[in-house]
Design a protein around this ligand. Structure first.
Ligand code: GLC
Length: 427
């Protein structure tokens, strides 16, 4: 028996997880039989927190604060690279080795199902339970698997369209409007638009956004791949055409988040799709050329705003940790209002506490918060399945070939459809 779960974007009701077919196998670790999950629950002592590169420099000061208050339960920061796929593979390697030294790990929303199904994350229930009532629903859903919470939502992420206020006084609302403004970029001898188009998780994010924003969907409302539609075609075609005609500069095919941020900050792009962390760095880094001309708006869609892919990270406790009582306290510390405000003001990270988006002081400091809230509330989750690595590979590889013009958009979408079908069947 195989169990396949997809997470469905539902227009009004947020998110609904469904099981497509039930026939055993896949979800072993979530139900019983996982001895490691019953051990170390009362353990207190030093722990390690593992996370990708601290681009926004918020983790170190936060850990210093924790350590000053918890001299016998100090946290050591293990910093990974800034690349999502490498972070994933590093965690997988350490979980497979049952490493007790990776106590708490930052888990991308798209890894929850895989890690939970493998039995690597401590279920946050009973004495490990967390109060999630103040947290944004999509962040809690994204940290849960089959109805159990497996991690503490830490920061959310919604795509933002950054633009040059000095060159484009009124930002575009639709993709076509944005493309029509590329003449402005040309006149200033800079690139028009970039997102993240290297073949990695970020391309899954960008390709899904293109498809969703054009009225299509990677999965239909029953959780089945639905890429053979005119809307999905129009979405992927937007990227392929823009790349072919130079509206997306050629070098963007190598960009992850950081390279694209750098290009925008260096004044080489008119529009950039990226996450909220860019605001802080683009407005504070000495070398930034866009400090005073940075505009932020919703991603462009077909007839109005588009739909972001839901991003973000949660902090999960490894079942192999020996100090889980300390670890769960650290998770609570990450989700306090104070910590969340600190993440927002110091790193322009998206809070997981709903009411902070309406906090007057915070909105005065971070005027883009309403745009971000809308982006997150309307964000579309990527497929939720323990077989996500194969699903994302199917999206990335085909989107990449279509954008580079190595495959027609039709062929890429039909291959994507087939590969997601077999990937989600665990084949
Ligand atoms: C950001 C998002 C994450 C996404 C990744 C892709 O870190 O928070 O959800 O998978 O970017 O690079």
């Amino acid at each position: 028996m195989k169990t396949r779960n997809f997470l469905l974007p539902v227009a009004t009701a947020g998110i609904l997880a469904i099981t497509l077919s039930a026939c055993g196998g896949g979800g072993g670790g979530t139900t019983g039989g996982n001895d490691a999950a019953s051990q170390g629950l009362d353990g207190r002592g030093p722990i390690t927190y593992v996370q990708g590169k601290d681009n926004s420099n918020v983790v170190r000061p936060l850990i210093e604060k924790w350590n000053a208050a918890h001299p016998n339960e100090k946290v050591t920061f293990k910093e990974q690279t800034d690349q999502a796929d490498q972070q994933h593979d590093d965690l997988v390697q350490h979980f497979q080795a049952k490493d007790p030294g990776y106590d708490v790990a930052s888990v991308d929303v798209v890894w929850t199902a895989e890690f939970a199904a493998k039995g690597w994350l401590q279920p946050l229930k009973d004495k490990m339970a967390l109060d999630t009532s103040a947290l944004l629903k999509p962040t809690v859903e994204a940290a849960s698997y089959k109805g159990t919470l497996f991690a503490a939502p830490e920061s959310s992420d919604g795509g933002i369209l950054y633009y040059r206020k000095d060159l484009v006084p009124t930002p575009p609302k639709t993709w076509d409007e944005m493309m029509s403004m590329c003449s402005v970029a040309k006149a200033h001898n800079i690139g028009c638009y970039s997102g993240q188009f290297k073949k990695y998780e970020g391309l899954t994010v960008n390709a899904s956004e293109a498809i969703n924003s054009a009225g299509g969907a990677v999965l239909d409302k029953d959780g089945k791949p639905s890429l053979n539609t005119p809307e999905a075609k129009a979405g992927l075609e937007n990227l392929a055409k823009a790349y072919a005609d130079g509206s997306i500069p050629k070098e963007a095919i190598t960009f992850q988040e950081e390279e694209s941020r750098q290009a925008f900050q260096d004044g080489k792009l008119l529009f950039l799709r990226n996450w909220p962390y860019v605001y802080n760095l683009a407005t504070t880094e000495g070398s930034s050329k866009v400090k005073n001309v940075l505009g932020m708006t919703a991603l462009p869609g077909k007839a109005g705003p588009g739909a972001s892919s839901l991003g973000g990270h949660s902090a999960g406790i490894s079942v192999y940790s020996k100090n889980k009582a300390t670890a769960v306290d650290f998770l609570k510390f990450l989700t306090t209002e104070e910590t969340q405000k600190f993440f927002a003001t110091q790193g322009s990270l998206a809070p997981v506490i709903g009411k902070l988006y309406d906090d007057k002081d915070l909105v005065a400091k971070l005027p883009y918060l309403p745009v971000l809230k809308t982006s997150i509330e309307n964000a579309v989750p990527r497929p939720v399945t323990p077989y996500y690595p194969a699903v994302t590979k199917a999206i990335q590889e085909n989107a990449y070939s279509a954008i580079k013009g190595e495959k027609t958009v039709d062929a890429a979408l039909s291959d994507m459809q087939k590969s997601i079908e077999s990937a989600s069947a665990g084949q």
